[in-house]
Design a protein around this ligand. Sequence first.
Ligand SMILES: [Cu+2]
Length: 161
Amino acid sequence: MSRIHIEHQNDPMRLAICVALLGLASLLARVPAGAASASHTVTLDLTRYSMVAHLSAGDYAGVSPGRLVVHVGESIVFVNADSRHHTATSLGEISAFPQDPHWTDSVLHESGNIGAGSWSTGDIAPGARSAPIVATKAGTYLYGCFFDYSAGMRGEIVVQP
Ligand SMILES: [Cu+2]
């Protein structure tokens, strides 16, 4: 072995960096596939998805996928691919889209997680994406757009345990 090589092996700083990198590598190796950090995307676009589709909860348009299945701990990001403003706002843990969601302007602000209680992405500008909304409790949840609910802009999120 060359003299330079031996010097490198004995360099305490180099050794510390090696140990740190090995530690980091073993941490990364321990993160299982499909861990709690998994993220899903729902695209909001009333122009592109203008055709009315069907769910057992009722007719809908403007979201893709209309029915999204996730697991507890995973998060959903709503992407506004449209040229107009949208929201994704909870309708609750119910089985059919209501005639009137009875929302107030407060849903234009981001709030809550999917699970117990109401949640909303808040107002998502054209081209923008929501903060990740975490699915915290198993169940079937309906949501809709504050601006376009009467136009049928709705969707369903199924949270599995
Ligand atoms: Cu909308």
